[in-house]
Ligand binder design. Structure first.
Ligand code: GBE
Length: 550
């Protein structure tokens, strides 16, 4: 595989004949806005972080190895009917045994960062810090040391959805505020054991998913159905737990370990369907506040939920006959504790949809998160599709979302901690659609930095390799490496996209070839003032990737 990469890099250094009359579009004619969709040539700021990601339950396996406790995904996946094909993560990529392979393939791509998560119940089998499983600590020590030995910086998520089962059974998991203490103590154990070497921490991965899909009847573990009630309570405890973990680091570890701790939030971009309609603009903003704002507003704006959530949920709760709002409240002290509890903004982003005001809005009899915010949201069937129903490739959405975050949250440092594309052709190493997705989304991140002045520090590709895609099991693949789940050895094999991504990383973006001046008369009026430099260079590389080399 490596020689292929050398050929590719060499190719990229060749002078390229350009035909500047033809602007380059990754997705020609799909989005119908030439100025927005044309390709920008350029490189990322020096020191920009290129990473790839995985998570514990999705890759590790070893579900009952060496004293590990069960977690809610062990239980959920091993209950027939919850997961496509009744797949489980019992073995997954077997990274519990094959972590050295993982380090090797990261090294091979020369990616200097790796985002992975710790399995809480591998470290603390019953969830509490009363019992520490030394074998779990050893496993992560080996992985961290292995990464560092190869010059790879770990970016470590404390919680990527695999809650110790005992905490769910004992007190209802995220529905009970006892979890705030337990999560804090778990974080402390991790800082104590790994913080001498780990300097980049993420507390929670996508609390929105945990709250709404885990506790709002969304088909994820633990499978609790308390939409519009429990999901708000879970979110409340998630926010406070996150703040606790940040403060423990800030109080007891920052001075000696000098790392950074943030949270990772996920959101689609909500594009107003008709930008000339005030009602659609408001609908999109409302949807964004109910998604990103649910967690982002307390942490980055003022310690509290977005005004629009407060108003709408209070109102619906009253109409539905509740004595108090279904949206819990923070005390003044809690607000102070929560505000500012993230050293940067972690963003997971995949896709975009249109938002508009529904023709009519009737408050439902039963509580419902979606009913609470009253927005029609859908994805254009014309947009390029993926192996997942929910994932359409809409590159310009990430740029708009990044700018929204900049404006809304006071220009924070943003780490893109996930972005990626799924396919259903399980065994195909040739994955041009994933290449198109990465190329166009990364380019929109470049535009956000260069044109909108957004302070993006990192880009992370989801995922390093095929893995257990939650309720979809192994039927949807996000990997830049193929994993053969029928083979006991779980061999990892590079897909074309991994070489593409490695090349982007090696070039720190999409540099302009130096030989020839290649910007002239853009074919599209107006694109020059955007600083768009159009060449046939990238299509050329793409072409070579597809036809000749791979
Ligand atoms: C990330 O979440 C996760 O952090 C990562 O673990 C995961 O592998 C990756 O996405 C790819 O999904 O039936 O339409 O409701 C919805 C991104 C599935 C958020 C889609 C799962 C959005 C979470 C299924 N969602 N995804 S359904």
């Amino acid at each position: 595989m490596l020689p292929k990469m050398l050929i590719l890099v060499t190719l990229m250094l060749l002078p390229v004949v350009s035909n500047a009359d033809d602007p380059y579009y990754v997705y020609p004619d799909v989005f119908n806005d030439p100025e927005r969709d044309a390709f920008l040539f350029g490189t990322f700021p020096e020191g920009f972080i290129w990473s790839s990601a995985t998570s514990s339950y999705q890759i590790e396996g070893g579900y009952d190895a060496d004293g590990k406790g069960y977690n809610i995904w062990d239980t959920f996946a091993n209950t027939p009917g919850n997961i496509a094909n009744n797949d489980t993560g019992n073995i997954a990529c077997d990274s519990y045994n094959k972590w050295e392979e993982d380090v090797r393939i990261i090294k091979e791509l020369d990616l200097e960062y790796y985002r992975f998560s710790l399995s809480w119940s591998r470290i603390l089998p019953d969830g509490t810090a009363d019992n520490v499983n030394q074998a779990g600590i050893d496993y992560y020590n080996n992985l961290i040391d292995g990464l560092l030995a190869d010059g790879i910086t770990p970016m470590v998520t404390l919680y990527h959805w695999d809650l110790p089962q005992d905490l769910q059974d004992d007190y209802g998991g995220w529905l009970n505020e006892t979890i705030i203490y337990d999560f804090g103590e778990y974080a402390r154990v991790c800082y104590e054991n790994f913080g001498d070497r780990v300097k980049l921490w993420l507390t929670l991965n996508e609390p929105w998913i945990i709250a709404q899909l885990g506790y709002g009847c969304g088909g994820f573990a633990p499978g609790v159905c308390a939409d519009g009630t429990g999901s708000y309570v879970a979110a409340h405890n998630l926010i406070k737990s996150h703040a606790k973990a940040w403060h423990i680091y800030d109080d007891d570890f920052r001075a000696t370990q000098a790392g950074r701790v943030g949270i990772t939030l996920n959101s689609d971009w909500m594009e107003p369907y008709n930008r000339s309609l005030e009602t659609d603009l408001n609908a999109a903003e409302r949807a964004q506040q109910f998604h990103l704002g649910w967690f982002g507003h307390p942490i980055f704006v003022d310690g509290d939920y977005p005004e629009v959530m407060r108003e709408m949920i209070d109102y619906s709760s009253e109409v539905q006959g509740y004595n108090e709002s279904r949206l819990p409240t923070f005390t003044a002290l809690e607000k102070e504790y929560i505000l500012g509890s993230s050293d940067f903004f972690g963003l997971n982003h995949y896709t975009t949809g249109y938002a508009s005001k529904p023709d009519e809005w009737v408050i439902s009899d039963n509580p419902s998160y979606y009913n609470d915010y009253a927005v029609d949201f859908w994805k254009d069937p014309e947009w390029p599709s993926s192996g997942s129903d929910w994932l359409k490739s809409v590159p310009w959405g990430i740029r708009r979302l990044l700018e929204w975050i900049k404006d809304e949250y006071g220009d924070p440092e943003i780490y893109v901690t996930e972005n990626g594309f799924s396919t259903k052709d399980i065994d195909d190493l040739n994955d041009p659609d994933r290449i198109d997705y990465y190329q166009s989304y990364i380019d929109e991140v470049l535009k956000a930095i260069e044109m909108d002045g957004v302070n993006v520090k990192a880009y992370t590709a989801w995922s390093l390799m095929d893995n257990f895609e939650w309720a979809a099991g192994y039927t949807e693949r996000f990997g830049m490496h193929h994993v053969d789940f029928d083979d006991d050895d779980r061999p990892r094999t590079q897909k074309d996209s991994s070489l593409f991504y490695a090349t982007v990383k090696a070039n720190n973006g999409f540099p302009k070839p130096t030989e020839e001046p290649i910007t002239e008369e853009p074919a599209v009026a107006g694109s020059s003032h955007l600083g768009l430099t159009i060449t046939c260079f990238l299509p050329f590389v793409n072409f070579c990737l597809r036809k000749f080399i791979l």
